[in-house]
Ligand binder design. Structure first.
Ligand SMILES: [Zn+2]
Length: 159
């Protein structure tokens, strides 16, 4: 019999398809796991409602848990309450930095901080940076340019 702990451990091995250095659990995307007599139901909230990676994440969760011998795996999408960058675990924040993504500040529900005045460069730590493109490769990311080390970097928008 598989334990809830083993399920969470397995889910923690499923990485974010857009940021393969962090897991869906660390990103706060996997919300809840419920076990019943014949299977498991996983509730997840995508970082962005129209996230094209949603189907991919769903498949990976199902595949991973079937690998534990669970016959029925259901993945539910919860859009309310919406995902917030505050749900990113501290462990993931450090990894985002090594991936060249500046982690978003914790905003505690204050979403006015979409573009904070001071953004530290994840490479050199300089705050002499500016937004070059508010819409990065995905809607959750913005592209910045660091004047300190002359490198572009991406930042998670606080949302
Ligand atoms: Zn820099």
């Amino acid at each position: 019999m598989v334990t809830l702990q083993e399920i969470w451990r397995a889910l923690d091995e499923v990485v974010d398809p857009e940021i393969p250095v962090v897991s869906l659990v660390e990103m706060g995307i996997v919300r809840e796991v419920q076990m019943d007599a014949d299977g498991v139901t996983v509730s997840m909230t995508p970082t962005f409602a129209g996230c094209p990676a949603l189907g991919m994440m769903r498949n990976e969760i199902v595949e991973k848990l079937r690998g534990l011998g669970i016959a029925r795996v259901e993945v539910k999408t919860i859009l309310n309450p919406p995902w917030s960058s505050d749900m990113i675990a501290d462990s993931a924040r450090a990894k985002l930095k090594t991936f060249g993504l500046a982690p978003p500040p914790r905003h505690g529900g204050d979403v006015q901080l979409f573009f904070p005045a001071e953004v530290a460069c994840p490479y050199c730590g300089s705050t002499d940076t500016r937004v070059t493109n508010p819409f990065g490769p995905t809607l959750c990311r913005a592209i910045y340019f660091c004047r300190g080390c002359q490198q572009p970097f991406e930042k998670f928008k606080a949302l």
